[in-house]
Design a protein. Structure first.
Length: 350
């Protein structure tokens, strides 16, 4: 690599390597033209003690000006001036990088550790886009705004979306934000210790600490790429995070049946919600003793469910007798349910 290209990469990387706090602060200042540190704290999720470090980082990059008044004022720099010097060098850099590029030949790893904020967010976006019937996400209010259109598209496609927003104190007010546009049920959870995660169809998933999204190099994200291990993230979401959050909005009976599930807990909760209604199930899974693949079809005649969600199962009446369906790595039930479809009148097609 030439010295000129290396210098350009360093320059571009420094200018664009912004953490979540820096992005939120920069966008807030751009929108209003001029703000104080208190104004930025009020308009973003940035804790007051972190605001000054954040805006000084933006100032070092030439994106804002700091006016040392009382209180200090943060003034937006015209983006044309802030990024104008990058336009030609960026275009030249991309051309030279493209000329050097050789497409790699490799298979995607089933499990990966990543430390790049941009990579973690790219996977979150891919997981949301890839969900076919079931999606669970835990997001900050800032990330909810970022992925609002993608989540709304999934809801419009009929995907079941469980949305967790954290910290609850920063979550948009349900009277002012349409949570049912972006989810089928939404909850808020206290505390900034809640991780960021997304799980599509019980398999493709990402887990990351909130610190990792602030460019803390000591933190990381874990990617399960179409891996059966994704149920670990889904189980953690359902039993640890979801059960300790307060409901913001739910669509109740709005979604039609049949409904398709990767999680036994979500299937059981929906059946339980409708009380004495008759439901039928078609389940693909494994016999827990032999490990052989099985398909179970029949009427749902009973269910087990604890508020903690540690126990959830369905009893299905089939032509050959009753079969109890559990979730992933089931041990007490007859069948490990891997894909579950619940419908009315008759066992639905998969």
């Amino acid at each position: 690599m030439t010295d000129d290209l290396r210098d350009t990469l360093d320059h571009v990387g420094d200018r664009f390597n912004l953490g979540e706090y820096e992005i939120d602060a920069y966008l807030a200042v751009l929108e209003h033209g001029e703000l104080t540190a208190s104004d930025i704290a009020d308009r973003t999720d940035i804790p007051q003690p972190r605001v000054y470090d954040t805006v000084r980082s933006l100032s070092d990059r030439g994106l804002v000006e700091l006016r040392e008044s009382r209180p200090m004022k943060i003034v937006a720099v015209d983006p044309d001036d802030a990024f104008g010097d990058l336009r030609s060098s960026f275009a030249e850099m991309v051309d030279e990088l493209e000329a050097r590029y050789t497409a790699p030949t490799r298979e995607t790893e089933a499990v990966s550790l990543v430390k790049s904020r941009s990579t973690i967010l790219r996977y979150v976006e891919e997981i949301i886009a890839g969900a076919e019937y079931e999606l669970a996400v835990s997001l900050t209010p800032g990330l909810l705004r970022r992925f609002r259109d993608e989540l709304a598209e999934k809801v419009a496609e009929g995907v079941s979306v469980e949305l967790l927003v954290t910290p609850a104190s920063k979550a948009p007010n349900p009277d002012e934000f349409d949570y049912l546009e972006v989810s089928t049920i939404a909850r808020a959870r206290r505390g900034i210790t809640t991780p960021i995660l997304a799980v599509a169809d019980g398999e493709y998933s990402v887990y990351a600490t909130q610190d990792a999204l602030r460019d803390d190099r000591e933190r990381y994200g874990v990617i399960f790429n179409r891996s059966a291990l994704g149920f670990l993230v889904s189980g953690f979401f359902g039993t640890v995070l979801w059960t300790t959050a307060e409901t913001l909005a739910t669509d109740g009976e709005a979604r039609p049946f049949p409904r398709r599930y990767a999680s036994i807990r979500r299937a059981v909760k929906d059946v339980k919600e409708f009380g004495d209604d008759d439901f039928y199930a078609t389940v693909e899974g494994r016999d827990i003793e032999t490990g052989e693949p099985v398909t179970v079809r029949g009427r749902v005649v009973d269910l087990s469910f604890e508020v903690s969600e540690e126990v959830a199962s369905l009893m299905v009446e089939t032509e050959s007798g009753r079969v109890e369906i559990g979730g992933r790595v089931a041990a007490l039930e007859d069948v490990e349910g891997q894909e579950i479809v619940i419908g009315r009148d008759e066992p639905p097609a998969l």
